[in-house]
Design a protein around this ligand. Structure first.
Ligand code: XLS
Ligand code: NI
Ligand code: NI
Length: 439
């Protein structure tokens, strides 16, 4: 059974190709700084947007025309698995990601949900035996069902906590069964709506307890995937506890969890938090916490998580710059947590969208690598901070200065000279590199 009969396997045809169903820049086997593009980029398809999402939004019903739409229940789940592996192969992607409810329908009881999951997970496992596509990460959906109305791990209701814990236990078992490289926690409904009914200290303590239980259980069953927290500042709730990387880091440190986690950074979540994508990547990187990426982009004119496919080359360049400086993403990858627009409802749009995202990050990789090779920013930055490598600056950095010595120094100063930050020049230089690499 084929779901995408009109689509042939997508090939790399080079920058001058006009074939919409070909890669222009993503050439998986091409070497960039000692690794193949495939190894640097580690692309993943997200199951929820691509196979489960139907185009409905708070104002309108589904629009997506999908060749599996006529199925229901477990048959629908099975058809989606078949379609997904066909797509992974045609796109030649090394990874995919899913939430438990994306792959199998929730039953009326937890036992029934487990039974549905077991069937589908076995089917996925069979497909994985002959497919090259591996599981980048899985996660438990702890936000859709009405039981999570007040949160999951941070719910005031311990019965909800227990249910969420069971879903994570199952998720960890599934991750182990399918050889997931990472396991993600996104706190969809965590965070409060009003302090008037909230015990904040209690909620944050609960959340930490929840993570410790997951860490312990993964250890118990020998599941050695990297644990990832995915920060987000709002939507659906206010997400106070995992607002951004800095907030998440402070939480992990306070509760002795830092060594067990890294961050899964989503571009659109960064911009919702009032940060740039590269800011979040940088904060994670300099703290040794850059784990994986949800590669998408937001619409800056809309204040929500629009999860568009990434096409902004400036952004993919600065993202890949951070990833290269991080020495790659380790066990992480670039997961397209991205959906085709509601108006892009035909099945082939799924291919156009992934090709656009993959090519955009391939360009970003090539440009960032060239920028690093030529030390375009490095030399400028080193020079900008040179005053800390000698004299009073070196004394400050080595801890030999105190307020007395600094005051003495300042009193003897005659004139302080600052130098230009050269922002416009640097931006123009980056543009020049993007234009050159695209050719
Ligand atoms: C929602 C999140 C979600 C996570 C996985 O905004 O991005 O999709 O990636 O639960
Ligand atoms: Ni995400
Ligand atoms: Ni998101």
């Amino acid at each position: 059974m084929s779901y995408f009969t009109a689509i042939q396997p997508i090939q790399y045809e080079g920058a001058t190709s006009r074939n919409p169903l070909a890669f222009k820049h993503y050439n998986p086997t091409e070497l960039v700084n000692g690794r193949t593009m495939e190894e640097w980029l580690r692309f993943a398809v997200s199951y929820w947007h691509t196979f489960t999402g139907d185009g409905s939004d708070p104002f309108g019903v589904s629009t997506m025309q999908r060749p599996w739409n006529h199925y229901q229940g477990l048959d629908l789940a099975k058809a989606r698995v078949e379609a997904s592996f066909e797509m992974f192969e045609k796109l030649n992607v090394p990874y995919f990601c899913f939430h438990d409810v994306d792959v199998a329908p929730e039953g009326n009881t937890l036992r029934e949900t487990y039974r549905n999951l077991d069937k589908i997970v076995q089917m996925i496992k069979e497909y994985m035996k002959t497919s090259r596509t591996k599981l980048l990460w899985n996660t438990a959906n702890l936000f859709t069902h009405p039981r999570y109305v007040h949160g999951a791990a941070t719910s005031p209701n311990a019965e909800v906590f227990a249910h969420a814990a069971a879903k994570v236990k199952k998720g960890l078992e599934i991750g182990k069964e399918l050889g997931a490289a990472n396991y993600v926690f996104w706190g969809g409904r965590e965070g409060y709506e009003t302090l008037l009914n909230t015990d904040m200290k209690q909620e944050v303590d609960q959340l930490a307890r929840f993570f410790h239980l997951a860490v312990d259980y993964a250890k118990e069953i020998g599941f050695d995937a990297q644990f990832l927290i995915e920060p987000k500042p709002k939507e659906p709730t206010k997400h106070q506890y995992d607002f951004d990387v800095a907030t998440g880091l402070a939480f992990l440190q306070s509760y002795g969890l830092k060594e067990h986690f890294k961050f899964n950074i989503e571009a659109n979540h960064a911009t919702l938090a009032g940060h740039s994508f590269e800011h979040e990547l940088r904060v994670a990187r300099i703290n040794g916490m850059l784990g994986s990426v949800d590669a998408n982009q937001g619409d800056l004119l809309l204040g929500w998580d629009t999860d568009e496919f990434p096409t902004d080359l400036y952004s993919t360049t600065l993202a890949m710059y951070e990833i290269l400086l991080n020495g790659g993403l380790g066990s992480g990858g670039l997961n397209f947590d991205a959906k085709v627009r509601r108006g892009s409802f035909e099945p082939e749009d799924l291919f156009y969208a992934h090709i656009a995202g993959m090519d955009s990050f391939a360009v970003g990789l090539k440009v960032a690598n060239k920028l690093l090779e030529d030390r375009v920013l490095e030399d400028f930055i080193a020079e900008r901070y040179r005053s800390y490598t000698e004299g009073v600056g070196l004394e400050i950095m080595e801890g030999r200065a105190n307020l007395h010595t600094l005051e003495k120094y300042a009193l003897e100063q005659t004139e302080i000279k600052n130098r230009s930050g050269r922002q416009e020049l640097l931006k123009a230089t980056i543009n020049q590199y993007i234009i050159e690499v695209k050719r």
